[in-house]
Design a protein around this ligand. Structure first.
Ligand SMILES: Nc1ncnc2c1ncn2[C@@H]1O[C@H](COP(=O)(O)OP(=O)(O)OP(=O)(O)O)[C@@H](O)[C@H]1O
Ligand SMILES: [Mg+2]
Length: 263
C-alpha cells in the first residue's frame, strides 16, 4: 500500500516537472518570438527612417538645384537682357527728342538695331540653355551628338558615343534628365578629371536601358563622395531617382571615372 503511494507521488512529481518544463519552454518560446519580432520591427523602423532621410536629402537637392537655376536665369536676364533693353530704351528716347543731326540720327538708329539683334541672340541663348531645341525636336541621341561635337571641336576633350535604344522609349522629360546628367558628367571630366577622353554608351537589353559614362581622368576616392560640397553628383542622384533608376559610381585616384545608370 505504502509502495503504491510512493509510486503515485513520483508520478505526480514527474507530471508536474513535465508541466513545469513545458510551461518554461512555452514562456521561453514566447519571449524569443516577442524579442525577435521586436528586433525585426526596430530594424524596419530604422530602414524606414533611413529611407525618409534619403528622400528628404533628394528633395532638398532638387529644391537647391531649382533655386540655383532660377538664380542663374535671373542673372542672365538681368545682365544679358535688361542691360541691353536699357540701352535700346535710352537711344529710342534720343530719337524721340528730335534734337539730333541727321548723322547722329542714323548712328543712334543703327545702334538700336544692333543692340536689338544682340538682345535677340541673348534671349535665344538663355532659352536654349533652358531647353536645347535639338533635344525637343530630334531627341536625346541628336542632342548628345551635338553636345559631343561642340566639345570635340573645342579640342578640350574627345567624346565618343554609342547610343542604341528604341526611339520614344523615354518621354521628353526623361530625355532631358539624361541630357543634363551627361552635361554634368562631361563638365566634371574636364573640371576635375582633366580627362582628354570620355565615352558615352547607351544600350537597351532585357527591358533595361543601360547608360554608362567613363573618362580617363585623374579619378577620385568615391568613399569621400558624401563629404563633397558640390551639387552635380547630388543632382545626378535626384535625376536618377526621378527616372526610377539605379546608379553606381566607380572611381579611384589615378584610375579615371565611371558611372553606370540602369533605368
Ligand atoms: N570625372 C571626375 N573626375 C575626378 N573627380 C571627379 C569627377 N567627377 C566628380 N569628381 C569629384 O567629385 C566631386 C563632386 O562632384 P560634383 O559634380 O558633385 O561637385 P562639383 O563639380 O565640385 O560642383 P558643382 O557640380 O556643384 O559645380 C568633385 O568635387 C570632384 O572631387
Ligand atoms: Mg560638378
Amino acid at each position: 500500500m505504502e509502495e503504491f503511494f510512493v509510486q503515485e507521488d513520483q508520478v505526480i512529481i514527474i507530471v508536474l516537472t513535465g508541466v513545469l518544463f513545458l510551461l518554461l519552454m512555452g514562456v521561453s518560446l514566447l519571449l524569443f518570438f516577442f524579442f525577435s519580432r521586436k528586433k525585426i520591427v526596430e530594424k524596419e523602423i530604422e530602414k524606414n527612417i533611413l529611407e525618409i532621410t534619403y528622400q528628404k536629402e533628394i528633395i532638398q537637392s532638387i529644391i537647391i538645384t531649382q533655386e540655383e537655376e532660377r538664380k542663374r536665369i535671373a542673372q542672365d536676364l538681368h545682365d544679358d537682357i535688361s542691360s541691353k533693353l536699357n540701352v535700346i530704351n535710352l537711344n529710342a528716347n534720343l530719337l524721340l527728342d528730335g534734337e539730333l543731326t541727321p548723322d547722329e540720327y542714323t548712328f543712334v538708329n543703327k545702334l538700336i538695331l544692333e543692340v536689338t539683334d544682340r538682345t535677340l541672340k541673348s534671349a535665344r541663348k538663355i532659352a536654349h540653355n533652358l531647353l536645347p531645341p535639338i533635344l525637343e525636336e530630334f531627341g536625346f541621341k541628336d542632342a548628345v551628338e551635338e553636345l559631343a561635337d561642340t566639345f570635340n571641336n573645342s579640342r578640350k576633350i574627345n567624346i565618343e558615343y554609342t547610343i542604341n535604344y528604341p526611339k520614344k522609349l523615354l518621354v521628353p522629360q526623361n530625355e532631358l534628365h539624361l541630357f543634363r546628367i551627361t552635361q554634368e558628367l562631361i563638365n566634371n571630366s574636364i573640371k576635375h578629371g582633366k580627362a582628354n577622353n570620355s565615352k558615352i554608351n547607351i544600350s537597351y537589353k532585357n527591358n533595361e536601358l543601360i547608360y554608362s559614362y567613363t573618362d580617363n581622368g585623374v579619378g577620385f576616392n568615391v568613399a569621400n563622395i558624401d563629404n563633397k560640397k558640390g551639387l552635380g553628383i547630388k543632382n545626378i542622384e535626384s535625376r536618377v531617382t526621378l527616372l526610377n533608376g539605379k546608379y553606381n559610381i566607380d572611381s579611384k585616384i589615378g584610375k579615371g571615372f565611371k558611372i553606370e545608370i540602369i533605368i
